[in-house]
Design a protein around this ligand. Structure first.
Ligand SMILES: [Zn+2]
Length: 78
């Protein structure tokens, strides 16, 4: 059984220490928010998103670059 985290839907202002900072959606669009799940110890993201962030691009299926694009956008904005 897969553990799915809840839709916490945190905005930049709602993020607290220990919340996953994975951006969800487009920062330029309404509804953009952060994962907000519990971070892995010493990591900025939850387990799920940490794994996504560090999967080598060659292992991704074609067309799944949106999360990476969002990550880049987030880093620019940070
Ligand atoms: Zn997350």
């Amino acid at each position: 059984m897969t553990t799915k985290h809840q839709m916490t839907a945190k905005t930049m202002n709602d993020l607290e220490h220990g919340d996953c900072r994975w951006p969800i959606g487009d920062p330029r669009h309404e509804g953009f928010h952060f994962c907000g799940a519990q971070q892995m110890a010493g990591r900025p993201y939850c387990t799920e998103h940490w794994n996504i962030a560090f999967v080598p691009s060659k292992a991704r299926s074609p067309g799944s670059q949106s999360s990476q694009a969002a990550l880049i956008a987030f880093r620019k904005a940070a």
